[in-house]
Design a protein around this ligand. Sequence first.
Ligand code: URA
Length: 451
Amino acid sequence: VSGSGRSSWDDPRDVVASKRDGNEIPGDALRSFVLGYARGEIPDYLAAAFLMAAFVNGLSRRETAELTRAMVASGSTLPLSGVSGPKVDKHSTGGVSDGVTLVFAPLAASLGLAVAKLSGRGLGHTGGTLDKLESIPGFRTRLSPEELERQVEAIGCAVVGQSEDLVPADGALYALRDATATVPSVPLIASSVMSKKLVVGTDLILLDVKAGSGAFMKTPEAAAELAEVCMQLAADWGRRARAAVTDMSQPLGRAIGNALEIAEAVRILRGEERGSLRELAVAFAGEAVAALQGRQLREGRAAAEEALDSGRAAGSFARMVQAQGGDPKVVDDPWSVLPSAPVRLELAVPGPGLRYIEATDAEALGRAAMSLGAGRVRKGDPIDPAVGVEFLAKVGDGVEEGETIAVIHARDQDRARACAVLVLEALRLSDRPVPPPPLIHGWHQASEGSP
Ligand code: URA
């Protein structure tokens, strides 16, 4: 434990001491530690100390693979052997107004791919796909593995919550990381994300690694490092995978809040709205079609655009909503089904004259929506599906004094006004034109071949 002398690794404090001193932990010792924690045999304080040591001193490539292997071994797997089509999974590292899954899953299904998506709930300033879908009254996010497979086989897609026996070590460690300020670490995020992808039997893993103010990785360089580590893990397991590093320096779509984001996804699925959210969903769908159906990337993207514009993708979404207990009318007339907030406050651009959006703090906008009740501070907190912020401008846009820049949907006037202050604080205007940031910084790929 002192860090000097040989250790037998029977005492879990040796694992902590080894990482504290910047040493590499032997695979067996790391594995017993992680599995011991998942079984409740190692206390939170030791695991928290390990996480902080790993956060500060990093994990080697071998340790990252071993941690991932232990997480995978902590629970059951979902082979999806009852699903016959080419199977694709997509995961985002988390962002604000990140509705890509809501569009991608039905879009990919409408292109002949199978998507069995295990999604999460929102935590902190980031939103969660399950919370968004549950704003559709009656929508069930808990399906048994058999129900999930049947639904994907029948209609091509399902979006559900992860069952507790799938990667339980990640469930426990992620909650502890959230409570101990140890989330934004490349090896810890990579093992957390990839363990959840590796237990599901898919033919292609697509990762959306976010970079910017609303993401865990604040720069494209840090996000690229995370993407590379994830791709190495995929290659170690012999899995096909691609990762895009994408912009999260501003909200991806225009809606931040659960029902608002469903309504936005519906507009995109019906081919009625352009913009970054559509563009990214099309990029992922194009990539999946190219990889799994042997077509050119250009053709894959064109097929995705066509599926949105023709309404075919919207049809897949309606079938998924119906299969999971929601009202499919949400596709034809969203606000006849979705809950809406009683107060709407339009926020105007402060003067004077014409100016340009220089920057928006995506995390601060996520927190502004949370202040209305759209998100949760602690796991298990209730959320209000109806509230949120529509943030209408993008970095680089020119805006005139008095123009509406945001619409706040709140329970009462006081909360709306307090939120308006937060939204304005998240905004930086410039007198000079500003170039918009690129949406996709770059793609990374797992080297294919023998693991
Ligand atoms: N998403 C995950 O699943 N895990 C992390 O550690 C961070 C984002």
